[in-house]
Write a protein that binds this ligand. Sequence first.
Ligand code: GLU
Length: 316
Amino acid sequence: MGEKKLRGRFAPSPSGRMHLGNLFTALLAWLSVRAAGGAMVLRIEDLDPERCTRERAETLADDLEWLGLDWDEGFRRGGPHGPYLQSQRSEWYAECFRRLEEQGLVYPCFCTRAERLAASAPHRADGQAIYGGRCRDLSEAERTERAKTRRPAWRVRVPEGDMSFEDGHMGRYTEDLARDCGDFIIRRSDGVYAYQLAVTADDGAMAIDQVVRGMDLLDSTPRQLYLYHLLDLPAPRFWHVPLLCAEDGRRLSKRDGDLDMGALRGRYRPEELLGKLAHLAGQTPGDGPISLAELRAVFDWEKVPKDDIVVHTGKF
Ligand code: GLU
């Protein structure tokens, strides 16, 4: 029997056109898997019906194809672990939700956003509130009473104590979920399953071994590892990569319209854009054109920077 092939994934949210930052992460995810001869999966994370449309998912897949970042399984291709759109996978999330409920770990939270912010003195580095546990120990009677006027969100209880993992690129990362995060939401009050639950349920079910994604998700990882453990799903190894920033230190985002794929495709050929991305990723001394095949042959994680990368937006 041959050795099991490494499985990686792209898991973009089609909430707008991809921009340089998304592309940078996608390229590293692809290179890391392809350089190791692995398989790639494309899963569309379109849980938020307000922001994500089918049309945007199609454009996203077109943009990846234009650049040559191909995938073996997933959106447009199908495969044994489908469907590959999160909007079609709620039965699986409901099943995972039930498994957590059966362990007595899920409770309804009636806090409004304003209450949550007011009740949580400290904030995480990324500005998210640390949940203080206001609704954790409500009695059944109190829950019934509050449910008359408000649809609750659902939280999972977290344990106290340090949780650590070894990031493939960034090294050891440690968090105490109770102190640094608090019980977190796994289903929103509008019924939509939360990112933390869905991404864990899916990477687990799709047998993903390697997750390469932006540094902004490093501190989601302990929550996800906790869910893998509770759901008894196999956890992937995580590799977090630096974010691209503008000169003022602000993270590049969908607001930088001149760096989105619509604009970039008008300015560059795929190999020119790849050359620039590869240079930002520390893979090549210059930023001239390069093919994916050439890049795959030289790809080296050791050369990928660890700090945020400044992009001279006006000159790109
Ligand atoms: N869907 C998330 C995003 O587009 C990425 C999720 C992940 O890589 O875990 O930001």
